[in-house]
Design a protein around this ligand. Structure first.
Ligand code: HEM
Length: 546
C-alpha cells in the first residue's frame, strides 16, 4: 500500500518505501514497520491469552500445588539435564524434597503431576480415563512398534484382550525345560570365574541367559548368546535400547522427523532393520510351518512327544492360533508383539536378578536363609526344578520382591488423562490432559509403608507385613488393566535362575549398599555394574556347616 500521508516526514525517493511509508487512521500515524510490529505483538498477545484460556484448568490446579519452577516451552526441563546417573539422583532428590504428596512439574507445556501415594496410584492405574501412555513412549516405537507396551488405547484394548489368556499357567509349565536348560549353561559358563579373587560383573552372564530364555519362549528360536556372544540380533537389541534412551537426553531429537534424519545421516537407522530381521524371518518360517501343519491337521497339538516336531508351543505359536481364530494380526503386528515380549521380558528380569544376587552377596545371612530354603525344597541332587518347586520357594520370592521394591526397573510410569480424574489427595480433580507421573521408586520408599526404606529387608514381604499394607504399595509391575502381562513369567523364571545359581555357587562382594549408584536410561540400573566373586557350594544346608 503506497499511501502518501506523510506528515512532515522527509520523503527522499531513496528511502525503502516499506519502512518509511506512513499510515493514518483517526489521526494516528505510523510507519509500516510500526504497523507490522504492533500487529505481530497483538497477534502474540491474542495467542498467549488463548493459550492461557485453554490451559486455565491446568493453571488452577498448578497454582494450588508445590513443585518445580518452569520456563516457557521447556517447562521444568532444565531440572533434568545431566548424565543418566545425575538425572536419577535428581529424581530421587525431588521425591525426598517434596515427599509423597502430589507435586507439579511442567513437561514442555504439559502439566505433569506426580502420583506416589498408594491410594492415588490405585485410582490412576485403574481409571479407564488414564489408559493412554504419554508421548514419551513414542521413543520406543522404532524398536517395539505398536506392541502392547506402547500401543495407543484403541489398539491396545483389542490386543490385550486377545493376548492375556496366552499367559496362563500351562504356558509357564511347558517352558520349564527351557528355563532349566539355559540355567544349566549359565552354571557351566560361571565355572570360569571360580577361584578368582577379582570381581566380575554379573550382568555379563545374566543378561545373555534371560535373553536366550525369552527368545526361545517367545519365538521358539534358540539364539544361544550364552555360547556365542557375536549374535547380530543381540547386538542390535542393545544398540536399539541405547539409541532409544539417548533420545531422552537430547531434546533436539524429540521430533520424529529429526530423529529419523539423524538416524539416516549417521547410519544408525540400520540398527532397527537388523533388529527386526530375525523376528521377521522367524514369523515367515513359522507361518509356513503352521500352514503345513494345518494341512496335516496337526494344529492345536501341544504334544511334545510328537516325534517329528518335538517343540514347545511358544508365544508366537499362540498368536498364530489366534490369527486362525480370526484375530487378524498383520505380520508387522505379530513382530511388534513378539519384540515387545523380548524387550519387556529380558532386560527387566536381568537387572532384577543381578540386583537380587548382589543384595544376597552384601547380606550373607540372608543368602544363607535363601540357600537353606532351596536345599529344603530341592535337596542335594541335581534334579531339574519344576513349577511346583518354585511355589515352595517362598523366602526367595520375598527377596526378589524386596529387590524390586528397592530397585524397580521402571522407576517412572507416565499416563495422560483422557478426562478429569479425582484423586484421593486433597480430593483434587486433575484435569483432562494432565500427565500423571507414577513413581514406583518413590512409593516404594515411603517410610510409613516401609520403615528404613533404603535398607534391604525381605521380611517386608512376609505375609503379615504384606497384609498390613495397601495393595498398591508395591508397583514394580505397575498395576490395573495396563499392568505387566508377564509378571508371573518373570517371577517364576527369576526363581529358577537364582535358585540354580545359588545351588551351585555362593556369591560374595566387597561393596556396601551405600556404594550402589543408580542410573536411568530406558530402565533403571546400577551405574557401576554388579561386581561379585563366587565360590562353589558344598551342597549342604548352611546351618549344618561347621
Ligand atoms: C522383572 C521383570 C519385569 C518387570 C519389573 C516388569 C515391569 C513392567 C512394568 C512396570 C510395566 C508397565 C510399564 C508402563 O506402564 O509404562 C510392564 C508392562 C509390560 N510387561 Fe513387564 N516386567 C517384567 C517382565 C516382563 C516379562 C517377562 C514379560 C513378557 C514375557 C513382560 C511383558 C510386559 C508387557 C507385554 C507389558 C505391556 C502391558 C500393557 O501395556 O498391556 N514383562 N512391565
Amino acid at each position: 500500500m503506497r499511501t502518501a500521508l506523510f506528515n512532515g516526514t522527509n520523503m527522499e525517493g531513496s528511502h525503502d518505501f516499506s519502512t518509511t511509508s506512513k499510515h493514518s487512521a483517526d489521526g494516528i500515524h505510523m510507519t509500516s514497520t510500526e504497523l507490522t510490529a504492533y500487529t505481530s505483538i497483538s497477534f502474540i498477545v491474542v495467542l498467549w491469552c488463548l493459550h492461557k484460556w485453554n490451559r486455565r484448568h491446568f493453571e488452577r490446579v498448578a497454582l494450588k500445588m508445590t513443585g518445580l519452577s518452569s520456563y516457557p516451552f521447556i517447562g521444568s526441563g532444565l531440572e533434568f539435564i545431566g548424565t543418566p546417573q545425575q538425572v536419577m539422583e535428581r529424581i530421587i532428590k525431588l521425591f525426598e524434597i517434596y515427599g509423597s504428596e502430589p507435586f507439579k512439574m511442567w513437561l514442555g507445556t504439559s502439566l505433569g503431576v506426580t502420583i506416589s501415594k498408594p491410594e492415588d496410584v490405585q485410582i490412576i492405574l485403574n481409571s479407564s480415563k488414564a489408559l493412554e501412555k504419554d508421548q514419551f513412549y513414542k521413543f520406543f516405537k522404532n524398536t517395539v512398534g505398536e506392541g502392547l507396551f506402547s500401543a495407543p488405547v484403541h489398539k491396545w484394548r483389542r490386543h490385550r484382550r486377545l493376548i492375556t489368556p496366552v499367559f496362563n499357567a500351562n504356558l509357564l509349565d511347558q517352558f520349564f525345560p527351557v528355563f532349566n536348560e539355559k540355567n544349566r549353561i549359565l552354571t557351566r559358563n560361571l565355572k570360569k570365574e571360580l577361584g578368582k579373587t577379582k570381581p566380575f560383573d554379573l550382568w555379563d552372564y545374566i543378561a545373555d541367559t534371560t535373553l536366550d530364555i525369552i527368545c526361545q519362549t517367545a519365538m521358539g528360536y534358540n539364539l544361544d548368546t550364552q555360547s556365542n556372544s557375536e549374535s547380530e540380533f543381540a547386538e542390535a537389541l542393545t544398540k536399539a535400547s541405547e539409541l532409544d534412551s539417548m533420545r531422552i537426553y537430547k531434546p533436539w531429537l524429540y521430533p520424529d522427523i529429526i530423529f529419523s534424519l539423524y538416524g539416516k545421516l549417521t547410519g544408525l537407522h540400520k540398527v532397527y532393520k537388523t533388529l527386526h530381521k530375525l523376528p521377521n524371518q522367524v514369523i515367515k518360517e513359522m507361518k509356513e510351518t503352521y500352514a503345513q501343519r494345518k494341512m496335516e491337521n496337526k494344529i492345536n497339538t501341544i504334544d511334545v512327544n510328537d516325534d517329528d516336531k518335538k517343540r514347545l508351543k511358544v508365544f508366537l505359536d499362540t498368536l498364530l492360533d489366534l490369527n486362525e481364530a480370526g484375530a487378524n494380526f498383520s505380520d508387522e503386528e505379530l513382530r511388534d508383539e513378539v519384540v515387545t515380549m523380548m524387550i519387556g521380558g529380558s532386560e527387566t528380569s536381568a537387572i532384577t536378578v543381578c540386583f537380587c544376587l548382589l543384595m544376597l552377596a552384601i547380606h550373607p545371612e540372608i543368602q544363607d536363609k535363601v540357600y537353606d530354603e532351596i536345599f529344603e525344597v530341592l535337596g542335594d541332587g541335581d534334579q531339574t526344578i519344576t513349577i511346583e518347586d518354585t511355589v515352595k520357594l517362598v523366602y526367595l520370592e520375598q527377596c526378589i520382591r524386596e529387590t524390586l521394591r528397592l530397585y524397580p526397573t521402571a522407576p517412572l510410569l507416565l499416563r495422560e488423562l483422557q478426562d478429569n480424574v479425582k484423586i484421593h489427595s486433597d480430593n483434587q480433580t486433575l484435569p483432562k490432559g494432565t500427565i500423571c507421573i507414577i513413581s514406583p521408586i518413590c512409593t516404594h520408599h515411603i517410610p510409613e509403608l516401609y520403615p528404613d526404606p533404603w535398607s534391604y529387608n525381605p521380611d517386608n514381604f512376609d505375609a503379615e507385613n504384606v497384609n498390613k499394607r495397601h495393595k498398591y504399595s508395591f508397583i514394580a509391575f505397575s498395576g490395573g488393566p495396563r499392568g505387566c502381562l508377564g509378571y508371573k513369567h518373570a517371577i517364576v523364571s527369576m526363581k529358577v535362575l537364582i535358585s540354580t545359581f545359588l545351588r551351585n555357587y555362593s556369591v560374595h562382594t566387597d561393596i556396601k549398599l551405600s556404594d550402589i549408584k543408580l542410573k536411568l536410561d530406558l530402565l533403571m540400573r546400577s551405574a557401576n555394574g554388579y561386581p561379585v566373586t563366587i565360590q562353589p557350594r558344598d551342597r549342604r544346608p548352611t546351618y549344618k556347616k561347621i
